[in-house]
Design a protein around this ligand. Structure first.
Ligand SMILES: C[S@@+](CC[C@H](N)C(=O)[O-])C[C@H]1O[C@@H](n2cnc3c(N)ncnc32)[C@H](O)[C@@H]1O
Length: 675
């Protein structure tokens, strides 16, 4: 019979760490798949590996529960907003806005977007005490169940359940909320990827330690201090705050920060222009100036070069010492070939700038190792000629520091949003788009994927769309926002706007997010009529798995389930298909192809064929096998059937025929029945 799966228990984050261990240390697992740590330890013969018995780390009430949340299966399905997605601007879009609790959504994304994301930005609840953060959890465990699941005693299990069910906002509650989300988020990042998390002083210490634990202290890249432009909380007992923090961690050492364009006084030295279309440039001495400018600092960068009159020129420092060039021989030759070297004779008027810039290269062997600053007759090395290099402004950038005071603060964020919404204030403290733009500039190249799973008013999407239309690139975004109810008393303007202007019966923050992205895109379209980049986005949302469906069974037996399959609508089947394809690694923005099998419609994509509907016949099977045999573009690696919708006779028939086909054709098609 076919491989059977109860798919709802499978939608969870794959444990790749364990997989890696299994690949490299198979002998450290027993027959039941248990990892034998002692065996592993004994196998490590390298002397330099020390197992420390003392450790330092972060602990809180609920940590083991938070781990459970990260590995527990999703309790929802994913469903497309077909009306929105069918609109011409969204139809082919690769951007996504997903409505739902981000923990559920991240679990759904864990396979299809595994190691796909270049940058994550999140701006989670700061837990200031007044920002409304409280821990919410629909999971209903009994003390006994929890004890068993996370291995704690009854008293601890009770304390954990108390806070998970009592709308707590303690540090423990906040950490329990953040841990599983960050843990899964890490799986989505590429090795070259990076995460930024905004926070203020309320949870900054907890967050730093949490990120150290999840991402590793060696991947900490810094804390950006962003001036917010306003000061809050100035009291006799407390220092007011005029900044927030943004913690930056890379997934691995492969992430490299990019520079930002120069501005302000940095532009002063770019005052030359050959009017050849290459723009402004600065002339920098080829001799290294500033720090580490002596011959002995980089022996390989001391060599003679030929001046326009044929004489040999060496790098000599201003107080008559042997200095060095900025480059080795190869890079110098490249500069020469590209016409970037300019010669000046002594006395020629040129403004000089000190510059620490170095062209990083390996040192080469030189013929001048015996000449040193101690034994040199400097007069033999001096020349009237000085070489300079053209540094074009368009190619120069500057690495960022951790103090960002030059970006307009929170007021700017609010003004931007109000401008999009006819001056209505619909969201408290949205981040300014310039902040997101700078994070994107230092992290991403042209067409990478950016994820924000605390989307709020959708600033990240606005920044991505605007940057793409400015530099004609194709970065993509995934935004996640929970349909948090808008309180008509606390946020009257927002509530009234969403209800009356957008016509939404039960107004939520998600409706604001969606409308902001639509409006930001529309503004770009109006201002840049020629622009034809991706200004759309597709919407998906989580929806609870059907009642009765989520039963637990040791051994699945479809005939004994209480689930009434007759209740399922066409929309339910579509949601199941969307959920399964995402689970199987197919991007949400990728549509499946409909395949006609003698009047039966199957769905195909990325080597997977889905048989979701009733009515699969022997003829369908015949057509299917023929198609596999004859159509070069149709190569299913797995055939996945919805077990409730295919008769057991059909399932058996498919299974047997696929097996025979595999044997005959030496192919390896998998047949899976899912319930
Ligand atoms: C501080 S705001 C983000 C603001 C955003 N950076 C901006 O510029 O507009 C945090 C957002 O996360 C949302 N949120 C909170 N918990 C969530 C969850 N579990 N899943 C998804 N979104 C959540 C809140 O509704 C809120 O809109």
């Amino acid at each position: 019979m076919s491989n059977e799966q109860k798919i709802t228990t499978e939608i969870k984050v794959p444990n790749k760490d364990l997989e890696t261990l299994k690949i490299h240390f198979p002998h450290c697992f027993d027959k039941d798949g248990n990892f034998q740590f002692e065996k592993f330890k004994n196998n490590l013969t390298e002397k330099e590996i020390n197992f420390s018995t003392e450790s330092y780390g972060l602990d809180w009430l609920g940590k083991s529960y938070a781990r459970l949340l990260a590995s527990d299966p999703a309790t929802t399905l994913l469903k497309a907003d077909e009306t929105h997605n069918a609109k011409p601007e969204n139809n082919n879009s690769e951007n996504l806005l997903i409505k739902g609790d981000n923990l559920e959504v991240l679990k759904h994304l864990a396979n299809a977007y595994y190691e796909q994301v270049k940058m994550i930005y999140i701006d989670p609840p700061y837990n200031t005490g007044s920002d409304g953060f409280t821990y919410q959890d629909d999971r209903k465990f009994t003390v006994k169940e929890l004890q068993q699941l996370i291995g704690v005693d009854a008293e601890k299990a009770k304390r954990i359940l108390d806070f998970t069910q009592s709308k707590s906002n303690s540090h423990s509650a906040w950490l329990t909320f953040m841990y599983p989300r960050l843990y899964i988020a890490k799986q989505l990042l590429k090795d070259e990827g990076v995460i930024y998390v905004s926070i203020d002083d309320s949870e900054v210490s907890q967050l730093k330690m949490l990120l150290d634990e999840i991402f590793g202290e060696e991947n900490f890249r810094g804390i950006i201090i962003r001036a917010t432009g306003t000061t809050t909380g100035q009291e006799a007992l407390k220092i007011g705050s005029s900044y927030d923090s943004c913690l930056c961690y890379s997934k691995t050492a492969k992430f490299q920060l990019k520079g930002i364009p120069l501005k302000g006084k940095d532009l002063n030295r770019f005052n030359n222009d050959d009017n050849d279309g290459k723009g402004k440039y600065a002339l920098l001495q080829l001799r290294k100036t500033g720090n580490a400018d002596r011959k002995e600092d980089r022996e390989g960068m001391f060599f003679p070069i030929t001046a326009p009159d044929g004489s040999q020129v060496f790098p000599i420092g201003p107080t008559d010492y042997l200095s060095r060039w900025r480059t080795g021989k190869d890079k110098f030759q490249k500069f020469l070939d590209e016409g970037l070297i300019v010669w000046k004779e002594n006395g020629e008027d040129i403004e000089e700038f000190d510059d620490d810039e170095d062209e990083n290269e390996e040192d080469e062997i030189t013929d001048y190792s015996s000449v040193t600053n101690e034994n040199v007759d400097i007069s033999k090395f001096k020349s009237k000629w000085k070489p300079y290099v053209k540094y074009y402004l368009s190619e120069r950038t500057k690495q960022v520091s951790n103090l960002w005071t030059d970006i307009d603060g929170n007021k700017k964020g609010s003004i931007e949003l109000k401008l999009l919404f006819e001056k209505k204030k619909l969201f408290e403290n949205p981040k300014p788009t310039d902040f997101l733009k700078r994070l994107i500039t230092i992290s991403c190249s042209s067409d990478e994927l950016i994820l924000d799973f605390f989307a709020g008013s959708g600033t990240t999407a606005d920044a991505v769309l605007n940057m793409n239309s400015d530099d004609l690139t194709n970065r993509k975004f995934i935004l996640v926002q929970i349909p948090e109810l808008i309180d008509p008393k606390k946020s009257k303007t927002t509530y009234t706007y969403v209800k009356n202007d957008l016509g939404i019966e039960v107004p939520t923050i998600f409706d604001v997010t969606k409308e902001r992205v639509i409006r930001a895109a529309r503004k770009i379209k109006t201002e840049k009529t020629e622009y034809d980049g991706d200004l759309g986005f597709k919407i998906f949302e989580t929806t609870p798995i059907w009642e009765d469906y989520n039963f637990e069974a040791e051994q699945f037996d479809s005939s004994q389930t209480l689930f009434d399959v007759g209740k399922l609508t066409e929309d339910d089947i579509k949601a199941l298909l969307t959920t399964w394809k995402t689970y199987d690694g197919i991007a949400l923005t990728q549509d499946l192809e409909s395949i006609d099998l003698s009047g039966y419609t199957a769905y195909y994509g990325n080597g997977r064929l889905y048989l979701m509907h009733k009515g699969f016949t022997t003829d369908s099977l015949k057509t299917l096998l023929e198609k596999i045999d004859t159509d070069k573009h149709f190569e299913p690696k797995s055939i996945i059937a919805f077990g409730y919708h295919l008769e057991s006779k059909s399932l058996r028939e498919i299974s047997e025929n696929v097996k025979t086909y595999n044997n005959k054709k030496k192919s390896d098609i998998d047949f899976i029945t899912r319930y």
